[in-house]
Structure formats: structure tokens, C-alpha cells
Design a protein around this ligand. Structure first.
Ligand code: CUA
Length: 348
């Protein structure tokens, strides 16, 4: 190859790398950053883009060059190329260089990971890290606030609310199969594994509502296994804990009071994510349309459908999609309220 040709090829490679890197950095790949962990992770990603694009260009360039230059011609058709021994020097170079590069990137990634996994120092006692239990099951998330956080007894709920600017230590479990607890805006992601507890910590830096996504294929309802996290001020967080601790419905409530509490439970539990119900303004299509199927059903039948969803499954719907844990999560009064609400509204 002439020097001139080599210079042109190297020039082309440099231009292609520059364009590739510029594109890779310009494209907004990720959602908003909403935790202190997000910044270093996005920087790590950018560094990986910068390191990988020139290598991609080099490898693709060599392949395209070889296909063009050394393709079979009528003269060489059907013959083998000359037997050659490779270049030891070249082999040493192309082994050592990638080794150094990979080792460097691994070391950098390790430092970043160690850094973001460390518990941040709390400025004061009410800034101390809180621990929140996360439980995945087919196909819903539940969250547990221990008594150190609530100041009273532990609280289990389907709503995830976090105080802004305070480190959270998620302790993640699975009841049945593998799930994966992921909040894209926080950037952190961890498998929920049956039988063991996994964990990660984040410090939310942005108030707002962000999606919680199950990132591990876990069965038929995997794509519906979504929830959300609300990041709020410390005052709103304290109010949330008080609200959750208060019973949704008192014993001996009138049917009208029950129905209104039932509607709140329907919304809070995210039932509308899977079920259509006109009164609640929901249109989920994963489970049966409640306006249709509940007509003429008795209290016992509706209760069974909530507490033991697999006992009788509507035609055209699969067993095992609706979590069977509502009987444990909701109190008897809450279930009664929900049933009252559903029977009053659906199909009426
Ligand atoms: Cu749980 Cu996918």
C-alpha cells in the first residue's frame, strides 16, 4: 500500500470516528437524571462511547478494505492463498493494546461503582439514609417502610414515595421468580432474586413522578409490572407516611362511605392499570373489563376474584396474571369497601 493511500485511509478513519463520537454524545439516550448516581453513570457511558467508536471504525474499516482489496479475481478463482505465517510483532500489539484498554475501562467502572454505592454522610439526623423494602411478585411491586422510617409500625404499601435529597437504601426481594427493580431516571437497576436480598442505594435529586419498571422477563404479565415512584419534599413525605398508616375506611362505615373509600383503593392499588372501569376513568386491557364482567356478581364472587384471582378466571384471560396477594395487603374493611364500590359502579 502506498504512503499516500495509507494516509487517505487513516484520514477517513479519523473523520468517521469524530463524526461517530459527536453523534454518540449528541444523541439524548437517557431520560432526565433524577439521582446523584445518574451523573457519574452517564459520564461513564460517554467515556465508553468515546473509547468504542474509533475501535468500531477501525475494525469495520479493515474488514471493508480487505473485502475490496483481496476479493477473488478470475485469476485466483478456486485457489488457496499463499501459506503465510502471521506477524508475531503485530499479534503482540493487538493483544496487549486491547488488554490495557479493557483493564483501564474496568478499573474506571469499578471506581465509579464503588463511589456511587457508598453511603453518603448525613448532614443531620433527619437527613439520615432511609431503608425501603421492595418486593417483586408476578406481577406487582410492593414497598415496605420499616418502623425506623415510619416512627410507628412497619408499613407495606403499593405506593412508593421518597423524600427529595435523602439517600435511600432499597432492599430488594422476590416472592416467586426473578424480577428486576429499575427506575430509569435513577439509572440504578438490580435483580430481585427469590431467596436472597439484593440492594442498591440512590439519592433522589429531582422532585416528580418517575416510572418503576420490571426489567427481567418474569412471565405473561411482565410488561404490565410497572409502578411509579413519587419524589416529594420531606414534609409531603411525612404526610404520606401518616396517610398510609391511617385506615382507608373505618369499621361500620355506611355503604356510600365504603364505596368512596373503595374508589380510592381502586386507584391507589393501580387496579386501573389492568382493568377498564368507566367510573374510575381507567381503560387497562390486561384483565377483564369490570364494567362487563361484574354485572350480577354476588359479594362473595367479587371478593373471591380479588382475594383469590385464580379460583375462577374469565374466558379469554390467563391464570396467574393478577397477583394473589391482595388478600394480605388489604385489610378486611378495605376489601369490603372495594367490593361495595365495584358492585355499585360496574355495569350500573
Ligand atoms: Cu417482573 Cu418482569
Amino acid at each position: 500500500m502506498s504512503v499516500r493511500k495509507a494516509a487517505v485511509l487513516i484520514g477517513l478513519g479519523l473523520v468517521a470516528s469524530a463524526v461517530g463520537i459527536a453523534l454518540g454524545l449528541a444523541i439524548d439516550w437517557f431520560p432526565d437524571q433524577a439521582s446523584t448516581q445518574a451523573g457519574p453513570i452517564d459520564t461513564l457511558y460517554d467515556v465508553l462511547v468515546i473509547a468504542s467508536v474509533p475501535i468500531f471504525v477501525l475494525v469495520t474499516g479493515v474488514v471493508v478494505y480487505c473485502v475490496r482489496e483481496f476479493r477473488e479475481t478470475p485469476e485466483t478463482a478456486g485457489t488457496d492463498g499463499p501459506p503465510i505465517h502471521g506477524s508475531t510483532k503485530l499479534e503482540v500489539i493487538w493483544t496487549v493494546l486491547p488488554t490495557i484498554l479493557i483493564a483501564g475501562l474496568c478499573a474506571y467502572a469499578y471506581v465509579v461503582l464503588r463511589d456511587i454505592e457508598e453511603e453518603p454522610a448525613a448532614a443531620s439526623a433527619d437527613q439520615r439514609e432511609i431503608r425501603v423494602g421492595v418486593t417483586g411478585e408476578q406481577f406487582a411491586w410492593t414497598y415496605t417502610y420499616p418502623k425506623e422510617v415510619t416512627g410507628d409500625k412497619a408499613l407495606t404499601t403499593t405506593r412508593l414515595v421518597l423524600p427529595l435529597g435523602r439517600s435511600v437504601d432499597f432492599r430488594i426481594r422476590a416472592k416467586d421468580v426473578l424480577h428486576d427493580f429499575w427506575v430509569p431516571e435513577f439509572r440504578m437497576k438490580m435483580d430481585a432474586v427469590p431467596g436472597i436480598e439484593t440492594s442498591y442505594r440512590v439519592t433522589p435529586t429531582r422532585a416528580g413522578t418517575f416510572p418503576v419498571v420490571c426489567a427481567e422477563l418474569c412471565g405473561l404479565g411482565h410488561s404490565t409490572m410497572r409502578s411509579e415512584v413519587r419524589v416529594v419534599s420531606p414534609e409531603r413525605f411525612a404526610a404520606f407516611l401518616r396517610e398510609e398508616a391511617a385506615p382507608a375506611v373505618e369499621q361500620g362505615a355506611s355503604p356510600t362511605e365504603q364505596a368512596s373509600a373503595g374508589k380510592e383503593i381502586f386507584t391507589a392499588q393501580g387496579c386501573g392499570g389492568c382493568h377498564a372501569l368507566a367510573d374510575a376513568g381507567s381503560s387497562g386491557g390486561v384483565g377483564p373489563d369490570l364494567d362487563e364482567v361484574l354485572e350480577g356478581q354476588s359479594v362473595a364472587q367479587v371478593t373471591e376474584s380479588i382475594v383469590e384471582p385464580d379460583a375462577k378466571v374469565e374466558q379469554g384471560f390467563a391464570r396467574g396474571v393478577m397477583p394473589g396477594s391482595y388478600g394480605d395487603q388489604l385489610s378486611e374493611q378495605e376489601i369490603e369497601a372495594l367490593v361495595t364500590y365495584l358492585r355499585r359502579t360496574a355495569g350500573s
